[in-house]
Design a protein around this ligand. Structure first.
Ligand code: UDP
Ligand code: MG
Length: 330
């Protein structure tokens, strides 16, 4: 790739008035620097997305835009829709007017110095480059352990995620185009992006402390995100119910032996009239019911996967008799 590409840095912001001027300045410097190195074109820009902030965030974004209209863009959402949707709004808007995007949080906890490396990988033909933290020393013990538990849980549920990667990533125009074909409302970007495919790499960085303001992801929002991640990507919890039902039915056969032995031989003491039939019914019916619920669940799981209407594939390259036709040109 010879021509430098137009980069859009997408930054979702919710009540970030303390951080905004610092972030805008740092990213402006970074854009200049990258343009000088010839990694991006001079018309590259930062796109701040105001996710319905209640403080002065939007006024500050507008002021930054006034200062340098060509390098700072602003997008104001009508209300607070949450990080994942705000980021999507920014990415899809940026997709229309840039060649490549990098998404980063407003608090600059992710290292802006790895932009170089990300863009280098992009120029080497990667469509998606993940920013991955190589340590969590700066996070509190609580945040660190809950976050790591979260990745482990997701993996055990069969959801492909990149370990220690949040929403700091580079995406090419065609990767974004593929992403835009996922129309789902239950949005968990970290789960969707690995589904897209294409050439992918990681860059590693040290996660920094938030410079100003406080985390907009309290425990409640974190749990909601984890739940979203699991329930939008995995129907394994339903299979657990079926498995549990089968286990109970097997146990009911053991109970059958126990009850029959007690009834006929009175080994475990005398049985009361009605006890044997009741015991067996409880175990057996319970198991059958669980299996049935699980079975219905399996169908609901299939319906759920269908209604998402996810694309079934993305084309990377098509070699035909005429010429090499790459999805790039789409
Ligand atoms: N954010 C957002 N909408 C929300 C909550 C957060 O756009 O409803 C943005 C926030 O401004 C920040 C990013 O999402 O740029 C990540 O939030 P934060 O840094 O507070 O999360 P943490 O790093 O603590 O997980
Ligand atoms: Mg943060």
């Amino acid at each position: 790739m010879s021509k430098p590409n137009q980069l859009a840095i997408v930054v979702p912001c919710y009540n970030e008035e303390e951080m905004l001027p610092i972030t805008a300045e740092a990213l402006r410097v970074s854009l200049d620097d990258l343009a000088k190195k010839g990694l991006i074109s001079a018309d590259s820009f930062v796109l701040f997305v105001d996710d319905g902030s209640k403080d002065k965030t939007w006024e500050l974004i507008s002021a930054e835009h006034e200062k340098t209209p060509t390098s700072i863009y602003g997008l104001k959402l009508a209300g607070n829709v949450g990080h994942q949707f705000a980021l999507t709004a920014g990415l899809l808007t940026a997709m229309e007017c840039s060649d490549v995007t990098i998404s980063i949080d407003a608090d600059l906890q992710d290292d802006i110095h790895v932009f170089d490396e990300m863009l280098q990988k992009y120029q080497d033909g990667c469509d998606i480059v993940y920013g991955v933290r190589n340590s969590r020393k700066k996070d509190t013990f609580f945040k660190r352990s809950t976050a790591q538990g979260f990745y482990k849980l997701m993996n055990s549920m069969g959801v492909k995620t990149v370990y220690n990667h949040a929403d700091f990533r580079l995406m090419s125009k065609r990767a974004l185009k593929a992403f835009s074909e996922y129309p789902e409302r239950n949005l968990f970007l970290r789960g969707i992006v690995p589904l897209i495919g294409f050439k992918t790499e990681c860059v590693y960085y040290e996660r920094l402390e938030r410079q100003a303001g406080e985390s907009k992801y309290p425990l409640k929002k974190m749990l909601a995100l984890a739940w979203e991640g699991i329930t939008s990507f995995s129907i394994k919890p339903i299979s657990f119910i079926t498995g549990f039902g089968i286990m109970i039915v097997i146990l009911s056969f053991l109970a059958l032996i126990y009850v029959l032995v007690s009834y006929f031989f009175g080994i475990f003491g005398d049985t009361q009239p009605g006890w044997s039939s009741l015991m067996l019914s409880i175990w057996f019916i319970g198991g059958v019911q669980l299996i049935s619920v699980g079975l219905i669940g399996q169908y609901i799981g299939k319906i759920y996967l269908e209604v998402k209407q996810r694309p079934r594939y993305h084309i990377e390259t098509f070699l035909s008799a005429k010429k090499e036709d790459s999805a790039d040109e789409v």
